[in-house]
Design a binder for this molecule. Structure first.
Ligand SMILES: CC(C)(COP(=O)(O)OP(=O)(O)OC[C@H]1O[C@@H](n2cnc3c(N)ncnc32)[C@H](O)[C@@H]1OP(=O)(O)O)[C@@H](O)C(=O)NCCC(=O)NCCS
Length: 181
């Protein structure tokens, strides 16, 4: 599994591109804004509180990409370069058959179907390019928007699994062959 060269993804309204260091302002916003982060719990060392933290985050993502550890796409509207959100595949299993999806979106762009469009691009990439067997999502039990996004797009809650690191998380799963079937 090799994430370089970076695979850009496009849909009717969106471009999903590599993060740039000039995205640091927006990354800081997305990772610190109260609405976006209401249901996201990160350990202290993964928090983004300053521009310098945001730059470090972007550089870490570039390094992870180079070493095929994880892949983050910046979400933009097709005719604009400004980021409106991000979506990633990370936490790959050792055998590279399972990965976790994560996403965030500027609240100005919520309720327009944008994350549904981005998620479908990433599911298609994960299953058809990376040949994943399963994609998981960990989301807070109170995060209704995220739960709706997942169930609407074919994810199924696995009630028998628990997130040992965060008891308020639910674990959703989607398997290869389920997308768009
Ligand atoms: C989770 C999150 C990405 C969901 O975003 P969203 O905009 O609600 O997601 P969607 O893309 O599915 O759009 C939802 C609504 O847009 C509406 N919509 C409007 N125009 C649309 C269009 N052209 N196409 C499709 N849907 C459209 C849909 O009706 C849909 O509402 P419904 O689900 O009630 O039917 C967003 O709430 C977010 O960023 N939250 C903060 C970060 C977060 O919690 N991340 C998850 C951590 S696990």
């Amino acid at each position: 599994m090799n994430f370089t060269p970076f695979t850009e993804l496009t849909s009717a309204r969106l471009s999903l591109r590599k993060l740039k260091e000039s995205d640091a302002d927006t990354i800081l916003f997305l990772r610190s804004n109260e609405i976006v982060n209401r249901y996201i719990k990160r350990p202290e060392h993964r928090q983004t509180k300053t521009i310098s933290d945001a730059l470090n985050f972007i550089r870490t993502q570039h390094n992870n990409l180079e070493h095929s550890i994880s892949i983050v796409w910046g979400i933009t509207l097709k005719d604009k370069s400004e980021l409106i959100g991000t979506i990633c595949l990370w936490n790959f299993s050792v055998d590279k058959k399972v990965a976790e999806v994560g996403y965030d979106l500027n609240p100005k762009f919520h309720n327009k179907g944008i994350m549904t469009e981005a998620l479908n691009l990433v599911l298609d990439f994960g299953f058809n390019q990376l040949k994943l067997q399963k994609i998981e999502a960990f989301t807070d039990t109170k995060n209704e928007n995220s739960k709706r996004l997942l169930t609407k797009n074919g994810f199924i809650l696995n009630p028998s699994r628990k997130d040992v690191d965060n008891e308020s998380n639910l674990i959703y799963e989607i398997f290869d062959g389920i997308v768009n079937s």
